[in-house]
Design a protein around this ligand. Structure first.
Ligand code: HEC
Ligand code: HEC
Ligand code: HEC
Ligand code: HEC
Ligand code: HEC
Ligand code: HEC
Ligand code: HEC
Ligand code: HEC
Ligand code: HEC
Ligand code: HEC
Ligand code: HEC
Ligand code: HEC
Length: 264
């Protein structure tokens, strides 16, 4: 026993050193902050959460997120990934959450100062991202926020482009263009011919001047649904004359001039 005394003393000193921080902490214990304390000093955040905290207000308290407070703890700001696991949803794996979301007003989304937002938007709107990819155009080089300055809102084409024809409205643009695939020009079979004649001035004039029945037809009746689609006379008329005539004059235009300047 006696022989072990010095060793035991060393043990006791070591143990004392080991537990000193805990023992001294116990002696100087300061109560931890509770969620009720925060309002004493942080009125702005309290107010923001009360107004628009959404589920962060309904399901959490301040200290669920702010688990430490300076100067006692440096880990005052939580990572979103603490609760929104990036493997749960594609959207939770994008970067710069704070560029769009204020954690105290999570659904009051303001990304006006964020850098390129397209990857984050595409994490939910996969279809629009696919359209840009499948129909490359100069719009593919823009960022979503150039046209969607707020979530769910959009600018008119006329904010950035002059119309082809005086008086054309946004609704007119949309009769031919899709915003995410602007070069894929498709239209309905009721589109007014003046919309086409804005660029094809001569065809428009010719059709108005003739007296034959083609003047009654819309451009899109013959040039169906897709820009640059070219019909053939025979598609609608087959071969109406004697076989001998068609054999001798295979091109209808020899006698009828053309679809837009049709004579009978
Ligand atoms: C007695 C006043 C007081 C109380 C109570 C208080 N804070 Fe603070 N808080 C401060 C001050 C002062 C700072 C700035 C400290 C600094 O920058 O070192 C601060 C900073 C913060 C920060 C920013 C920390 C950082 O690293 O940028 C957060 C987050 C925070 N407080 C959350 C809370 C929460 C949550 C509560 C309630 C649990 C709370 N505070 C209670 C005074 C207080
Ligand atoms: C969902 C998690 C979450 C909740 C809940 C939350 N906060 Fe925060 N808070 C954050 C994050 C993340 C930041 C850092 C924001 C940033 O850097 O822009 C922050 C920042 C702060 C700051 C520092 C602000 C600054 O300008 O530096 C204070 C103070 C604060 N929160 C207080 C509170 C108070 C008080 C509550 C409760 C009423 C609260 N927070 C609830 C996540 C949360
Ligand atoms: C302490 C856990 C926690 C942290 C940290 C956290 N959240 Fe949340 N968040 C939640 C919970 C819980 C919900 C509700 C979940 C649900 O409805 O599935 C939620 C919901 C949201 C919502 C939807 C709000 C609503 O009202 O529908 C947004 C947006 C959001 N979080 C963004 C963030 C962002 C951005 C961060 C980081 C700055 C963050 N959260 C940090 C727990 C957290
Ligand atoms: C480019 C902007 C942007 C970025 C960056 C961004 N979000 Fe979002 N987030 C949104 C928009 C827009 C919504 C949809 C809001 C709505 O439906 O009204 C949303 C919705 C949410 C929701 C609501 C739940 C849901 O699935 O509808 C959560 C949670 C969320 N974001 C978390 C995050 C987290 C975590 C990050 C970072 C990893 C992040 N967000 C980054 C814009 C962004
Ligand atoms: C977390 C998923 C999420 C993110 C991220 C997100 N959105 Fe949305 N977005 C939605 C939901 C949900 C709706 C509502 C859809 C509905 O009403 O059919 C919506 C609606 C829209 C609408 C209006 C749709 C309509 O038919 O009126 C536009 C435009 C839009 N988002 C663009 C964007 C842009 C741009 C971004 C990036 C800044 C973005 N979204 C980020 C989920 C998201
Ligand atoms: C050149 C401008 C422009 C750009 C860039 C743009 N959009 Fe749009 N987007 C629009 C317009 C205009 C509409 C409205 C279409 C309508 O309903 O008339 C729209 C509609 C939407 C809608 C509603 C559903 C739909 O397809 O009509 C979503 C979602 C959307 N955009 C997401 C995005 C996303 C995500 C990006 C970036 C990857 C993006 N947009 C880039 C102009 C743009
Ligand atoms: C935020 C501004 C903006 C908006 C809004 C916008 N555009 Fe554009 N658009 C551009 C830019 C920039 C270009 C590339 C430069 C150019 O051709 O003028 C472009 C190019 C185009 C092109 C040619 C594409 C190419 O690759 O040659 C078409 C077609 C077009 N836009 C149609 C539209 C239509 C239709 C709308 C509305 C649905 C629209 N734009 C809305 C900015 C915009
Ligand atoms: C009748 C169909 C039609 C309508 C309506 C229409 N466009 Fe176009 N637009 C086209 C065609 C076709 C092109 C040429 C595409 C090509 O060169 O292959 C074009 C080209 C463009 C271009 C590319 C630059 C140029 O002038 O060639 C822009 C920008 C554009 N349109 C914007 C608009 C806007 C803005 C509106 C509405 C005010 C609009 N368009 C209405 C059919 C239409
Ligand atoms: C913005 C101007 C613009 C508008 C609007 C427009 N086009 Fe065109 N169109 C063009 C251009 C540019 C070409 C290519 C001309 C070329 O290749 O010589 C073209 C080509 C054509 C061609 C094929 C010509 C050929 O020789 O192969 C047809 C057919 C045509 N357009 C019909 C229409 C019809 C029908 C409309 C209305 C739905 C229309 N266009 C609206 C600009 C326009
Ligand atoms: C998309 C269908 C279509 C195409 C293509 C077409 N036409 Fe017609 N055409 C019509 C219709 C519809 C009428 C009117 C028939 C009626 O009312 O009896 C017509 C009438 C005519 C008439 C009689 C005119 C009159 O006033 O009595 C002639 C001649 C004619 N077409 C020749 C042609 C020629 C030549 C071509 C080719 C250059 C051609 N068409 C292309 C649909 C078409
Ligand atoms: C009755 C059917 C019909 C109508 C209506 C019609 N087109 Fe055509 N268009 C054709 C046919 C058929 C051709 C091919 C002519 C050829 O083979 O030489 C053609 C050719 C064209 C071309 C190619 C260049 C040219 O002149 O040959 C353009 C551009 C064009 N049409 C635009 C228009 C526009 C714009 C309108 C309305 C203002 C219109 N078309 C109305 C049947 C029609
Ligand atoms: C040799 C000259 C000639 C050629 C080639 C010709 N046509 Fe005609 N076509 C005529 C004449 C002349 C008439 C008027 C006859 C009448 O009123 O009976 C006519 C009438 C028509 C009519 C109106 C018939 C009706 O019953 O109202 C159509 C449609 C027509 N042609 C289509 C065509 C088509 C399609 C082609 C080419 C495949 C073509 N034609 C080639 C000379 C020609």
């Amino acid at each position: 026993m006696q022989k072990n005394l010095p060793i035991m003393l060393i043990y006791m000193v070591l143990l004392g050193l080991l537990f000193w921080p805990a023992v001294s902490g116990l002696a100087l214990e300061v109560p931890s902050l509770t969620a009720e304390d925060c309002q004493k000093c942080h009125t702005t955040e309290i107010q923001q959460i009360a107004e628009a905290g959404g589920k962060h207000r309904d399901l959490l308290t301040c200290v669920d997120c702010h688990q430490e407070h300076p100067p006692r703890g440096a880990n005052a700001i939580p990572a979103c990934a603490l609760c929104h696991d990036p493997t749960d949803q594609r959207h939770f794996s994008v970067s710069d959450c704070l560029g769009c979301h204020n954690p105290h007003t999570p659904l009051r989304i303001d990304y006006s100062n964020a850098s390129r937002v397209a990857p984050a938007c595409a994490s939910c709107h996969t279809q629009q991202a696919a359209e840009f990819r499948d129909y490359p155009s100069n719009h593919s080089l823009l960022d979503c926020k150039d046209c969607h300055q707020q979530h769910g809102k959009f600018l008119s084409c006329l904010n950035c482009h002059a119309p082809h024809l005086k008086g054309q409205t946004y609704a007119d643009c949309r009769q031919c263009h899709q915003p995410h695939a602007p070069l894929k020009v498709v239209y309905s079979n009721t589109l007014g011919s003046d919309q086409c004649a804005a660029c094809h001035v001569q065809e428009g004039k010719n059709l108005k001047q003739i007296t034959t029945k083609h003047r009654l037809l819309l451009c899109v009746y013959c040039h169906k649904s897709q820009h640059k689609r070219m019909p053939k006379c025979e598609t609608c008329h087959f071969k109406p004359h004697d076989a001998g005539i068609h054999k001798k004059f295979p091109d209808c235009k020899i006698c009828h001039v053309g679809p837009h300047r049709l004579i009978n």
